[in-house]
Design a protein around this ligand. Structure first.
Ligand SMILES: Cc1ncc(COP(=O)(O)O)c(C=O)c1O
Length: 392
């Protein structure tokens, strides 16, 4: 169906940080399937691990124990503040699971019959009905009303507005079950969370036993230069949702929670494909390779270099570029209103052999594979500059 406004580009193969179109032209890939291909394309270790897994077992359903799923859950909980994991297949589905858990938390922990979930304006949580309702951007709601009941929105990083909304919701007693929030807003324009805002948010949630859920779908699994986005904020959530980079290109999603808020009982939530042996093998390989190749310090260094290169670019083009922002290898180049739009620049960059992705109309986003090297980043920013000049 016609749900995507696609670029006129057909990609046929990839290796590392490069992809080739069906004409044989090569592109430097700073999109990575939108923050998905953690280890790049056609990675040798991933290929071997998945081929081996296919030769052993691919799918069995959650009627039975799945060793690869148990190992991946252990790998996630060992590396995070969480204790228990539910597996699904995408970010939206992970957030759906989080929303159901939040409502149950509202019922059992706070005694609320019609629990509310608070989310941020300009957020992005996915396209299924509850996840898109959680997404605080009216443009994604239009045409699909009525939206799901029980969501209210606050401006991101604005603690006074959050406290006012919370007071309004709780004027007659407990009403709020959870806050669902991105540690850094990705699709909404690459807007980093403010540690002071998040610290106070954590306190307020603690005081009222409100569940604090971080949507780590885009920033989680190493993209920030730390394993999880919450580490940059210095605040531990009660639950995180994951997808994108976790499978490195094999679809997988996860809701990971602290055991104190693991309210699901057998039969209350499920997914046929969720956590199958193949997807979990991919997740295990991604986590192991992040450790084995020391990708976290690498991402931190590459993020600093990319930031430096982008800041230099901003200085050379002050009339078109406003600045840059982000964490690690999620960086956004902010355009001035009078500059060409982000989709126009992304299209011009494509003509220079560089793949980028917009984050809204005024931000060009870099989310390359975590294995990207300094020479690639230098080449990417050079090509972006050529693209900018070609639009003069
Ligand atoms: C923060 C965040 N949450 C959720 C999603 C939805 O993930 P999916 O497209 O896998 O459903 C996205 C996708 O861009 C995202 O960036």
């Amino acid at each position: 169906m016609d749900t995507y406004a696609r670029f006129p580009l057909e990609l046929a193969k990839g290796k590392g940080v490069h992809v080739w179109d069906s004409q044989g032209d090569r592109y430097l890939d700073c999109v990575a399937g939108i923050a998905v291909c953690t280890l790049g394309h056609s990675d040798r270790v991933m290929k071997r691990a998945l081929c081996r897994q296919l030769g052993k077992l691919q799918h069995v359903s959650n009627l039975y124990r799945i060793p690869e799923q148990e190992q991946l859950a252990a790998a996630i909980t060992a590396r995070s503040c969480t204790d228990r994991v539910f597996f699904c297949n995408s970010g939206a589905e992970a957030n759906e699971a989080a929303i159901k858990l939040a409502r149950k938390h509202g019922h059992v922990a706070r005694g609320i019959t019609q629990p509310l979930i608070l989310t941020a304006q300009a957020s992005f949580h996915g396209r299924t009905l509850a996840a898109v309702t959680a997404t605080g951007q009216p443009k994604y709601h239009q045409g699909f009303e009525p939206m799901v009941q029980g969501f209210r929105y606050f401006p991101y990083n604005d603690i006074a507005a959050f406290e006012a909304l919370l007071a309004d919701c709780e004027a007659q007693g407990p009403a709020v079950a959870a806050v669902l929030i991105e540690p850094i807003q990705g699709e909404g324009g690459v807007i980093p969370g403010d540690p002071a805002f998040f610290k106070r948010l954590r306190q307020l949630c603690d005081e009222k036993q409100i569940l604090l859920i971080f949507d780590e779908v885009q920033i989680g699994v190493g993209r920030s230069g730390r394993m999880w986005g919450y580490e940059t904020l210095g605040v531990e959530p009660d639950a995180i949702t994951l997808a994108k980079g976790l499978g490195g290109g094999v679809p997988i999603g996860a809701l990971a929670v602290k055991s104190a808020v693991d309210h699901f009982r057998p039969g209350e939530h499920a997914s046929t494909f969720g956590g199958n042996p193949l997807a979990c093998r991919a997740g295990l390989t991604v986590l192991r390779e992040i450790d084995r190749r020391s990708l976290l310090p690498h991402v931190e260094q590459m993020g600093q270099l990319l930031r430096l290169l982008l800041e230099e670019l901003v200085r050379r083009h002050p009339h078109r570029l406003e600045g840059c922002r982000g964490w690690g290898l999620l960086q956004g180049l902010v355009l001035r209103p009078e500059a060409p739009t982000a989709p126009e620049i992304v299209k011009a960059a494509m003509a220079q052999g560089l793949l980028l992705v917009p984050a809204g109309p005024q931000v060009v986003r870099f989310v390359p594979p975590l294995v990207i090297q300094p020479r690639h980043l230098r080449k990417a920013v050079k090509r972006l500059e050529k693209a900018l000049l070609s639009l003069a």
